[in-house]
Design a protein around this ligand. Structure first.
Ligand SMILES: *[C@@H]1O[C@H](CO)[C@@H](O)[C@H](O)[C@H]1NC(C)=O
Ligand SMILES: *[C@@H]1O[C@H](CO)[C@@H](O)[C@H](O)[C@H]1NC(C)=O
Ligand SMILES: *[C@@H]1O[C@H](CO)[C@@H](O)[C@H](O)[C@H]1NC(C)=O
Ligand SMILES: *[C@@H]1O[C@H](CO)[C@@H](O)[C@H](O)[C@H]1NC(C)=O
Ligand SMILES: *[C@@H]1O[C@H](CO)[C@@H](O)[C@H](O)[C@H]1NC(C)=O
Ligand SMILES: *[C@@H]1O[C@H](CO)[C@@H](O)[C@H](O)[C@H]1NC(C)=O
Ligand SMILES: *[C@@H]1O[C@H](CO)[C@@H](O)[C@H](O)[C@H]1NC(C)=O
Ligand SMILES: *[C@@H]1O[C@H](CO)[C@@H](O)[C@H](O)[C@H]1NC(C)=O
Ligand SMILES: *[C@@H]1O[C@H](CO)[C@@H](O)[C@H](O)[C@H]1NC(C)=O
Ligand SMILES: *[C@@H]1O[C@H](CO)[C@@H](O)[C@H](O)[C@H]1NC(C)=O
Ligand SMILES: *[C@@H]1O[C@H](CO)[C@@H](O)[C@H](O)[C@H]1NC(C)=O
Ligand SMILES: *[C@@H]1O[C@H](CO)[C@@H](O)[C@H](O)[C@H]1NC(C)=O
Length: 447
C-alpha cells in the first residue's frame, strides 16, 4: 500500500468511528420487505400470503470472528411466529455451529450485514446437515412455513480452504452455502452469496418459494478451481421461481434435480457456468426421477460449457468421475421450455444427452435409458458458441429413438466462430428436419 492509500484508509476508518453514534439509529432500522413482482412470466398457482410482522429482534454480533450462532438462534426463537429479525448493517457475523432452522414460521430474516461461515473443515464435515442426495451437506437448513429472507447483506462461505482441500481429496463433504429444506411458502431476495464451498443454493422438499435479485460470485485465488459451484439446485420441490439474478460461477447456473416440478426461471445473467440444466437424472437404480413443467425465459449465457442442457444417465452403470457415478434409474423429463437465450462463448448452445457419464456411445445404446424425454421446446436463441467444438454448436443424442419424443428446436440463430450451425445428432426421430446434423458421428458431450 502506498502512503496516500494508507492515509485514505485511516481517514475512512476515522470517519466511520466518528459517525458511528449517529448511525446507531440506522443500525436498528428494519428493511422494508421487498416486492419483486413475478414477471414477465408467472406460474399459474398463486403464492400464499405472508402477513406483516409485528415485532423486531436484533442479532448481537460478538465480533473478532467469535461464533455468533447462539445469538442468531436466540433472536430467531424470540421472533419466530410473527417477527422480524435484523442482522444490522456494518456488522460481521460468524457462524461456526451448524444451525437447524427448520422450525421457522411467519418470520422475516433481514440480513443487512455480512455472515461468514468458519473455515473449520473438520467441524463442518462432521456436523453439516447430510441431505443424502449426491452426498450433499449444508451449513444450515432453513425450513418451515412463510419465511422471507432479504436485506441486501452477504453470506460468505469462506470457500478457499474447501477448494484447496477438494484438490487433495475429492471425497470430502463440502457444505452448500444456502440450504432451504422443507420450506412451504417464502422468498429469498436481495442477497449477495459469496465463495460457496459447493453449490450456492439447494432447495429441497419445498413448495411456493421465490428467489429474486440474488447476486452470486466467488472463485478461487489458488490454482485449485472452485468446482461444483452450481447457482441453484432444485430437488423434490414444486412451484419455485428463480428470477432477476446475476450469477458468476463454475458449474450449472441453475439445475433441476429429481422431482422438480412447475419451475420458472427468468431474467438471469449467467457467466462461466455449465448452463441451465435438467438433471442429472436417472443416477440411482430403483429411483424414479421426474422433472416436469419447467419454463426458462430470457437468459444471458456467457463463457459457459452449455446454454440449454438435459443430462440423463444411461440404462447401465457409468462413471463421470470417482465421486460422481450412476445410471439405471427411471423417470421422465416432460414439458420443458427454454425461450430466449443470448449466448456468447458457449461450447454447446444446446446439449441433450442420455449418455451422461458414458463416453462409449455404442455401450450407451446397448442399455437405453429408462428415463424418457418428451415435449421439449427450445426457441429464440441467438449469439455465438466458443471454438471448443467448432464446427459443431450442439449435441442432441438420445440412447434410443423410443425414449425421446416431441423435441422441438425453433428459431435458434446461433453460429460457431467459423460461421457453421452443425449439431451432432443421434437417436432422435425427426431431428434432421429441424437442425443441420453432421454425419461425422459423435464427439464430446460429457462435460
Ligand atoms: C467486517 O469485515 C470486513 C472484511 O473483513 C472488514 O473490512 C470490516 O472492517 C469488518 N467490520 C466490522 C464492523 O468488524
Ligand atoms: C481459518 O480462520 C482463522 C480465523 O479467521 C485464521 O486464523 C486461519 O488462518 C484460517 N485458516 C485457514 C487455513 O485459512
Ligand atoms: C425430504 O423428505 C423426504 C421424505 O420425508 C426425506 O426422506 C428426506 O430426507 C427429505 N430431505 C431431502 C433433502 O430429500
Ligand atoms: C456418496 O459418495 C460415495 C463415495 O463417492 C458414493 O459411493 C456414494 O454413492 C455417494 N452417495 C450418493 C447418495 O450419491
Ligand atoms: C431480460 O433479463 C435482463 C436481465 O438479465 C433484464 O434486464 C431484461 O429487462 C429482461 N427482459 C425482459 C423482456 O424481461
Ligand atoms: C465472466 O467470467 C469470466 C471467467 O469465465 C471472467 O474472466 C470474467 O471477468 C467474467 N465477467 C464478468 C463481467 O464478471
Ligand atoms: C419422485 O416422485 C415420484 C412420484 O411421486 C416418486 O415415486 C419418486 O420416489 C420420487 N423420486 C424422488 C427421487 O424423490
Ligand atoms: C407445461 O409447463 C408450463 C410451465 O412451464 C405450464 O404452464 C403448462 O400448464 C404445462 N403444460 C401441461 C400440459 O402441464
Ligand atoms: C464400446 O462398447 C462396445 C460395446 O460394449 C465395445 O465393443 C467397444 O470395445 C467399446 N469401445 C471402447 C473404445 O471402449
Ligand atoms: C432399465 O434399463 C435396463 C436396460 O435397458 C433394463 O434391463 C431394466 O429392466 C430397466 N429397469 C427398469 C426399472 O425399467
Ligand atoms: C442449415 O444450414 C443452412 C446453411 O447454413 C441454413 O441455410 C439453414 O437455415 C440451416 N438449417 C437450420 C434448420 O438451421
Ligand atoms: C468431419 O471429420 C473430418 C475428419 O475427422 C474433419 O476433417 C471434418 O472437419 C469434420 N467435419 C465436421 C463438420 O465435423
Amino acid at each position: 500500500m502506498r502512503i496516500s492509500e494508507i492515509l485514505a484508509v485511516a481517514l475512512l476508518q476515522a470517519s466511520a468511528a466518528w459517525s458511528s453514534p449517529l448511525e446507531s439509529n440506522a443500525i436498528e432500522a428494519r428493511s422494508n420487505r421487498p416486492h419483486h413482482p413475478i414477471k414477465p412470466h408467472h406460474l399459474g398457482k398463486p403464492f400464499p400470503q405472508s402477513p406483516d410482522r409485528t415485532k423486531s429482534c436484533t442479532v448481537k454480533a460478538n465480533g473478532n470472528g467469535k461464533d455468533d450462532s447462539q445469538n442468531i438462534l436466540k433472536a430467531i426463537k424470540d421472533c419466530n411466529n410473527g417477527g422480524h429479525v435484523i442482522f444490522p448493517k456494518d456488522k460481521n457475523f460468524t457462524i461456526g455451529t451448524a444451525l437447524d432452522l427448520t422450525f421457522l414460521k411467519h418470520i422475516d430474516l433481514d440480513i443487512q450485514g455480512t455472515i461468514q461461515f468458519t473455515n473449520d473443515t473438520d467441524y463442518w464435515q462432521k456436523n453439516g446437515f447430510y441431505q443424502t442426495y449426491q452426498n450433499a451437506t449444508t451449513f444450515f437448513q432453513l425450513g418451515g412455513q412463510d419465511v422471507n429472507v432479504y436485506g441486501g447483506g452477504t453470506l460468505d462461505g469462506n470457500g478457499q480452504v474447501w477448494y484447496d482441500l477438494y484438490a487433495k481429496d475429492i471425497y470430502i463433504l463440502r457444505p452448500i452455502l444456502f440450504g432451504v429444506i422443507g420450506l412451504q411458502g417464502g422468498s429469498i431476495e436481495d442477497l449477495k452469496l459469496r465463495y460457496s464451498p459447493q453449490w450456492y443454493n439447494f432447495i429441497a422438499n419445498s413448495t411456493d418459494v421465490v428467489y429474486s435479485n440474488i447476486d452470486i460470485a466467488g472463485g478461487s485465488v489458488s490454482s485449485n478451481v472452485a468446482k461444483n459451484t452450481d447457482g441453484w439446485d432444485t430437488y423434490r420441490s414444486d412451484n419455485i421461481v428463480i428470477q432477476n439474478s446475476h450469477i458468476n460461477n463454475g458449474d450449472d447456473c441453475v439445475s433441476f434435480k429429481p422431482n422438480s416440478t412447475n419451475i420458472l426461471v427468468q431474467n438471469l445473467w449467467c457467466n462461466g457456468s455449465h448452463g441451465i440444466s435438467v438433471g442429472s437424472l436417472g443416477q440411482y437404480v430403483g429411483e424414479v426421477d421426474y422433472v416436469k413443467n419447467v419454463y426458462v425465459y430470457n437468459v444471458s449465457m456467457s463463457n459457459a460449457s452449455d446454454g440449454a442442457r438435459i443430462k440423463v444417465w444411461p440404462g447401465s452403470a457409468s462413471a463421470l468421475s470417482g465421486d460422481l457415478q450412476g445410471g439405471g434409474g427411471s423417470g421422465a423429463v416432460q414439458n420443458i421450455t427454454y425461450d430466449t437465450m443470448v449466448l456468447s462463448n458457449v461450447d454447446y448452445a444446446i446439449e441433450i444427452t442420455q449418455c451422461y457419464g458414458q463416453k462409449n456411445i455404442t455401450l450407451c445404446n446397448e442399455y437405453p435409458s429408462n428415463l424418457t424425454i418428451s415435449d421439449i421446446t427450445i426457441k429464440n436463441f441467438s449469439g455465438t458458441t466458443s471454438k471448443t467444438y467448432d464446427p459443431l454448436i450442439g449435441y442432441l443424442v438420445c440412447s434410443s429413438p423410443t425414449v425421446c419424443s416431441d423435441i422441438n428446436i425453433e428459431n435458434v440463430n446461433v453460429k460457431s466462430p467459423s460461421g457453421t450451425n452443425l449439431y451432432t445428432c443421434g437417436s432422435i426421430t425427426g431431428i434432421e428436419s429441424q437442425v443441420n446434423c453432421t454425419t461425422n458421428g459423435t464427439k464430446g458431450g460429457n462435460s
